[in-house]
Ligand binder design. Sequence first.
Ligand code: ARE
Ligand code: CA
Length: 475
Amino acid sequence: MRRIPLALVLAGTLALTACSTTTTFDGEGARSDIGIQLFQWNWDSIARECTDVLGPAGIAWVLTSPPQEHIMGSPWWTAYQPVSYKIESRLGTREQFAAMVATCHKAGVAIIVDAVINHMTGQDSDGVGWAGSEFGHYEYPGIYTDKDFHHCGLSDSDDITDYSSAGNVQNCELVNLADLATETEHVQEEIATYLNDLRSIGVDGFRIDAAKHMPASDVAEIIDRIDGDPYIVQEVIRSDGEPIQPEDYLDNGDVFEFGLAYQLMTWMKTGQLSGIANADSYGFAPSDQARTFVDNHDTERNRQTLSYRDGAKYQLATILLLASDYGSPVLYSGYAFTINNNSLPQDEEGRVTDVSCAKGSAPGHDFEDGDWVCQHRWVGTLGMVGWREAVGDEPVQDEWNEGDAYAFGRGSLGFVALNASDEALEQRFETSLPSGSYCNVVAAGCDVVEVGADGSFTATVPAWGAVAIHVDARP
Ligand code: ARE
Ligand code: CA
């Protein structure tokens, strides 16, 4: 496991006061390699969460939703249709955004921004954006005119129709979104100006949205124009048989490994949790460049992965993700919905309202549409954040695998046992841990586990549950 970079705890604060654009993200100060996507959380709420929960827990960074001006409308996905690069959105003003960056840095948490740079809007008629900017489908006054867009001519609508053709995927329009000519000097410069503006506010890195839809070399040229050395993680969805794969983008930075997210759902169904020990054999991205996750905002909607709806199974997959030495994990936290397009909690003007976690949120809770799920605060998840921090880079060892259950240790610092079945499991486990009393960190309070002189312990692992202990959590 790699410790991910976060320089800014001190450096970032200094850079802010010096108005420098060169905050770096080189690892100093981060207590873990864990990121979290706070989907559609407004800036004030993220700031508060950094101070109250994420900083104290040792989370390295937050991935925010896109911060730029977007089209009007109530669905969440308006955020993915840029109208201009003003930092002014339903999630907050530029001032609120800057205050969030400063507050999170103070709490030791870096800020990674979702950068929507492949396209502008998908609106066929003219309109006015959230911050008052006028626009047409291929006209963004002061930024882009028609010549700055691709009109691929490969399909009737100029929309993407064929994922088996790289030219179609990269030069046509993703769901009618006006496709920027990212190979041109002007477009690269406009995008870089936007990203450097965010850098000047202290932003530490970027998720490159829809990276698959831009040649890796275009992405590289854009990154070259960014000040300093921001952290980069790219969205290149792995799908069999497509000509464009995440591996093509590794020279630019990290990639989200969708393959693992899909596999986690499969393993939870088949009970073959031990598959994760051989993650490398599945043809995933190299561990040190893979950003792993159980779900994100797209997959919880298209149901290609587990999500909060899966309750205990989802919690168990998160425990496995955090315990694994493959990749670096990104947690996810969003709001409950029934229909994909369900609006998010907002006021009458469309501003996203402050997050307040659903009362009683826990695996299996009956959420109502619009409830903030706050799954990252679940006991099992926070417990495993501490577990991962405690075991550091120690290797996987002392593996035990029987039926739908799987257990392993990380060196002599931590041990976890997972049970993917409907029956509780009473079992003796052999570990390399020093003898003594430990707390089961995935249970509320301190459920004591006694490790004997020979390193073994006996415990009951709940159905669809786990027992996890580490040297830094003792009664
Ligand atoms: C909305 C409406 C559309 C409308 C459009 C324009 O839903 O009906 O045509 O607006 O008016 C998000 C939403 C979209 C939304 C869009 C813009 O999900 O519904 O469109 O915002 O508001 C592909 C891409 C991948 C992309 C997914 C969704 O490769 O990059 O599709 N994911 C990112 C974000 C999304 C976001 C966008 C990109 C756009 O995470 O949230 O869209 O900025 C195979 C392929 C994949 C492909 C997948 C789905 O698996 O391998 O590459 O993913 O199919 O088609
Ligand atoms: Ca494109």
